[in-house]
Ligand binder design. Structure first.
Ligand code: SIN
Length: 350
């Protein structure tokens, strides 16, 4: 909502139309490929069932007509996995590569091809763990590259256009799919099959892309920086609340060695009495407990349905459970464990 207010005042338009520039004058964009449906091969008649990451980054680029009019491209294969298997190792590799490309004068921006399932988590991780002002744009597709009306080629073209846009600098990690640009903090996957699956439920998208231009209508969000310290990242588990849940999921997370627990709570980040009591015991024992909501939109704020001050909990504000986990991992990696300090990172004061 804050962003929407700022939007109207901060409309910037970067027209990409005009005389074709000489190739050598075009910005150099590096594509880091990780796999996912965007690189998936399937029976073109069905689009169902496919091997994620089967198509190389170079082949993906070659499948996009006109892409070389926007940038000089080079591609690196970081992994070839479905993003359900996305791992801390790949995150750390991506972060290290982004840090190196930040120092490479010839590189103007970075595009990361990624499966859509955990794309929002990788986007937030890179947003928090890297510091570059160069555009970092994550892109995926809902249909495999071999499907009828595959969405990947257009999404990739638009991601390259955004990464090549000077207007995209200093905005942290961005996500581009289906003509829409989202910020890393708010974006989330909302539909299992639709090409319009990514939405920013709290603040709205930050911009849009059409065949001839990139448009930003939100001011750059303020950023926080919590480097990964090279990993391994501290263990943080998510406990899902549901009708009838007892203390066992919290106890299992503690027994597995969790240093942090994120509650994917009902409604305003709440859960059964048994779960809350188990979380309170965990917080007393030094486990950082963050209350988030499974509803998909809206904030979880302190001391509304639960007394966070008494319970020793942190309220996740606008971070959904999967993203709250990423932020908490990075906070713990940076030695931020006191609930008030953790709270300040979840809801920074302007
Ligand atoms: C994945 O996340 O790798 C599979 C689904 C997708 O990319 O859309």
């Amino acid at each position: 909502m804050l962003r929407t207010l700022v939007c109207a005042m901060a409309m910037t338009v970067a027209s990409l139309a005009g005389d074709p520039a000489r190739a050598a004058d075009l910005p150099h964009i590096v594509i880091l490929a990780t796999g996912g449906t965007i690189a998936g091969a399937a029976d073109p008649r069905s689009g169902l069932g496919y091997n994620a990451g089967a198509i190389s980054a170079d082949a993906l680029i070659a499948s996009v007509p006109g892409i070389s009019a926007h940038a000089r491209l080079s591609a690196e294969q970081i992994s070839a996995i479905g993003s359900q298997d996305m791992s801390e190792e790949v995150w750390l590799k991506l972060a290290a590569r982004i840090d190196a490309l930040d120092k490479t004068a010839d590189v103007a921006g970075i595009v990361i091809t990624h499966g859509t399932d955990t794309l929002e988590e990788t986007a937030l991780f890179l947003d928090l763990a890297t510091r570059t002002d160069k555009p970092v744009v994550l892109v995926g597709a809902m249909r495999p590259a071999t499907a009828v009306s595959a969405d990947g080629p257009r999404n990739l073209l638009e991601a390259v256009m955004v990464a090549a846009s000077p207007q995209a600098r200093g905005r942290g990690a961005l996500v581009v799919l289906n003509d829409t640009i989202h910020g890393a903090r708010d974006v989330t996957k909302t539909d299992t099959v639709s090409v319009q699956t990514f939405r920013s439920p709290n603040f709205g998208p930050v911009g849009g892309v059409s065949p001839d231009r990139v448009v930003f209508y939100a001011a750059p969000a303020s950023r926080q920086s919590f480097p990964s310290k090279g990993g391994p990242l501290p263990q943080v588990e998510i406990v899902y609340a549901y009708a009838g849940v007892d203390a066992r999921p919290v106890e299992a997370a503690r027994a597995a060695g969790a240093r942090g627990i994120v509650l994917a709570g009902v409604g305003d980040g709440n859960a059964s009495k048994a779960t809350i009591a188990a979380l309170q015991a965990a917080a007393k024992a030094g486990v950082v407990v963050v209350r988030s909501s499974r509803t998909g939109a809206g904030p979880v704020l302190r001391n509304i349905e639960l007394n966070d001050d008494e319970l020793g909990f942190v309220a996740a504000a606008f971070y959904n459970p999967a993203k709250a986990r990423v932020l908490l991992q990075l906070l713990l990696a940076n030695g931020v464990t006191a609930p008030d300090k953790v709270q300040a990172a979840f809801l920074p004061t302007p």
